[in-house]
Design a protein around this ligand. Structure first.
Ligand code: GLU
Length: 318
């Protein structure tokens, strides 16, 4: 009798242990709710959570401050995965620029997503037609922790400018910047973001606002200097009162994680996305032109996570 009880108890314990081991909660750092990173994270989680009964992974994708905040959260172990601009993925892994002396060697690439043009939008009544015209104006340079705040510093340096050239350099988050432009609290906003997105849509439908080109020899030199930059165009007709193409430069949104996240977890997440790729692509207009070959290579500078390599190899993509 005693033996029987012990065996039953041991069996129950084993069941409890395996049930616990199967439950894995994972988090994806995104960006502001009016951007595209939020949709990336929500879309990945939606596909992952359809299979929770089989793989036990439960995914959430809260709104965050953006690229730099996500990389820092992964480094601190507060988040498992995140979306980050290709330029900041590079600098974090290599310990350069903003990450000098603070490299994140455990950062791993999973795949890249949509392109993100560096976007400057100005009130039409401010008379701003070039990036240099921002001098003396009130500019929202992006919230600390965002990719645009960090990339803005790079652009300013390339052009021999600083935030002191602006009459005001505010650091509002994406969710607040469109209202600030509409309410005439700032003359221009800066956002590194996929198009179309809610923030620029909101701003251009509230006030007469124009996309400002970010081009010229200094930008050409910047693009030539690094593999993670490219020339980019914001298509005309995407937003109200902006019928013409806008020339700028851009980066890529990338999906990153840590070497400390188990291979099985990343494998299941990558599998959920690429086994359901048409569904994923349909979840945001900025994803419409994504293709698998580009996503597993373009804009990735940290090593690929082994869980992702396993899936890509199985599919014969590498
Ligand atoms: N590129 C922005 C950042 O790194 C976020 C853009 C978005 O949320 O879509 O913070």
């Amino acid at each position: 009798m005693k033996l029987f009880v012990t065996a039953a108890f041991a069996g129950a314990m084993a069941m409890a242990t395996s049930a616990t081991a199967q439950q894995q909660f994972v988090t994806i750092g995104t960006g502001g709710q009016t951007g595209v990173y939020y949709v990336v994270g929500q879309s990945i989680c939606r596909l992952v959570n359809r299979g929770t009964a089989e793989h036990g992974i439960q995914c959430t994708a809260p709104s965050t401050g953006g690229s730099i905040a996500n990389i820092n959260a992964i480094h601190a172990g507060d988040m498992d995965m995140g979306v980050a601009q290709s330029d900041w993925q590079y600098h974090a892994f290599n310990g350069s620029s903003q990450f000098e002396g603070a490299a994140v060697p455990e950062l791993r690439a999973v795949f890249s997503v949509h392109g993100e043009p560096f976007t400057v939008l100005a009130r039409a009544d401010a008379g701003i037609t070039t990036f240099g015209d921002l001098r003396g104006h009130r500019v929202n340079v992006g919230n600390p922790g965002s990719g645009q705040r960090a990339t803005m510093d790079v652009v300013l340096e390339a052009l021999g400018m600083t935030t002191a050239d602006f009459s005001l350099a505010s650091e509002l988050a994406p969710a607040e910047q469109s209202a600030a432009l509409g309410d005439n609290n700032v003359d221009a906003i800066v956002y590194t973001v996929g198009h179309p997105n809610g923030s620029i849509q909101e701003a251009t439908s509230t006030v007469d606002a124009v996309l400002v080109p970010v081009d010229g020899p200094e930008i050409d030199a910047l693009v030539a200097s690094a593999p993670y930059y490219a020339h980019a165009t914001i298509p005309g007709g995407m937003y109200a009162n902006n019928p013409n193409d806008t020339a700028t430069f851009g980066v890529r949104a990338t999906f990153v994680t840590s070497a400390n996240v188990p291979d099985d977890v990343i494998y299941e997440i990558v599998k959920a996305v690429f086994d359901n790729f048409d569904r994923f692509r349909g979840l945001h207009p900025a994803f419409a032109n994504l293709n698998e070959a580009e996503m597993i290579s373009a804009g990735l500078s940290a090593p690929l996570h082994p869980g992702a390599v396993r899936y890509y190899t199985e599919r014969g993509w590498m």
